[in-house]
Design a binder for this molecule. Structure first.
Ligand SMILES: NC(=O)c1ccc[n+]([C@@H]2O[C@H](COP(=O)([O-])OP(=O)(O)OC[C@H]3O[C@@H](n4cnc5c(N)ncnc54)[C@H](OP(=O)(O)O)[C@@H]3O)[C@@H](O)[C@H]2O)c1
Length: 292
């Protein structure tokens, strides 16, 4: 049985992956976190807990000792994560990790237009250039949970502003991403692969407005905006420039078709069909109605 380490174990995705691995008795499971107190419950369920902070290089050698397979969960430190994650890759290679699974994003590529796509790309490159013998890059599409964040304003005003135009996005639930990541980590695959993790089919923002409106019992219209107008609107609504740029870049990527890819990865790895946006939103009916 392999020794499996999951970083970011107190986060939404990391916690789910650790729970799945423990339920499946997939091997020796290590929950890596900056704050062991946040995963005390996982220790009770059988995980070994190690303190791992990508900003504290001294935690990496000890944290990675004896690890066969590592799930490196990308951090939310968009401006510094390329350096953080390069540090982890280097430490993993030194520690003799045999396989690294990394949570990336659709269309990771070198670009000055999207900090998200750019930082994932350079992390992928660091993994590919390392001496780690095998790796799996999981390009997780946009979480379905992210839809809820944009819906609060849309349901109040009846207008759902985006810069995605008529293009679709193949949203995938965190739960499906966690099942895929757990399966990829626990498998004995020892090659190199990049996998797009997607929902069943791309969904447009017109469709999301209609679905949310039907659930909430209120008409919601999608209003497609040019990127600059969306940016001004987000900043006007109080969002810091930095986050407005990140969100607009996401929408531009979608408008350009980068988020519409569809793959059978969830079915292949989790053994079930991915959750659709419709099913996901219907399961959130109470939360959506409370937003009106
Ligand atoms: N596909 C999408 O739509 C989407 C959306 C949002 C984010 N993401 C990416 O997917 C990742 C996982 O998603 P999530 O929902 O689980 O995010 P989350 O709940 O915010 O968890 C992220 C975790 O990253 C870990 N982390 C942050 N800084 C770190 C550091 N310096 N060293 C080590 N670990 C650190 C933290 O774990 P500990 O506190 O346990 O150390 C944190 O809980 C995010 O971090 C982000 O990169 C993807």
């Amino acid at each position: 049985m392999s020794t499996l380490l999951v970083t970011g174990a107190s986060g939404h995705l990391g916690r789910s992956v650790v729970e799945i691995l423990l339920e499946q008795k997939a091997g020796t499971v290590i929950a890596g976190t900056r704050d062991a107190r946040k995963v005390a419950d996982l220790a009770v369920k059988g995980a070994e807990v190690r303190v791992i902070d990508f900003d504290k290089p001294e935690t990496l050698a000890e944290g990675l000792k004896g690890v066969d397979r590592l799930l490196l969960i990308s951090t939310d430190a968009l401006q510094t994560r390329t350096e953080q994650q390069r540090r982890v890759v280097e430490a993993a290679a030194t520690a003799g990790v045999k396989h690294v699974v990394y949570t990336s994003a659709p269309a990771a590529r070198p670009t000055d237009k999207s900090l998200v796509a750019n930082s994932h790309y350079w992390t992928e490159q660091a993994i590919a250039a390392s001496t780690i013998p095998g790796w799996t890059v999981l390009r997780n599409n946009i979480y379905a949970e992210i839809i809820l964040m944009g819906l609060a304003n849309a349901l109040k005003s009846g207008q759902h502003y985006t810069a995605t135009g008529k293009a679709g996005r193949n949203y995938v639930t965190r739960e499906d991403c966690a099942a895929v990541a757990a399966a990829a980590l626990a498998s004995d695959f020892d090659g190199k692969r990049i996998l797009d993790v997607t929902g069943p089919a791309p969904v447009t923002q017109d469709e999301i407005a209609a679905l949310a409106g039907a659930i909430a019992g209120k008409a919601v219209t999608h209003v497609p905006l040019p990127p600059d107008a969306l940016r001004q609107g987000l900043i006007g609504a109080g969002l810091p420039d930095f986050y407005a740029d990140v969100l607009v870049a996401f929408d531009v990527d979608a408008a350009e078709g980068y988020h519409a890819i569809a793959t059978p990865v969830v079915k292949d790895f989790a053994g079930r069909e991915p959750t659709s946006v419709k099913a996901f939103l219907e399961a959130k009916t109470d939360a959506i109605r409370a937003m009106v």
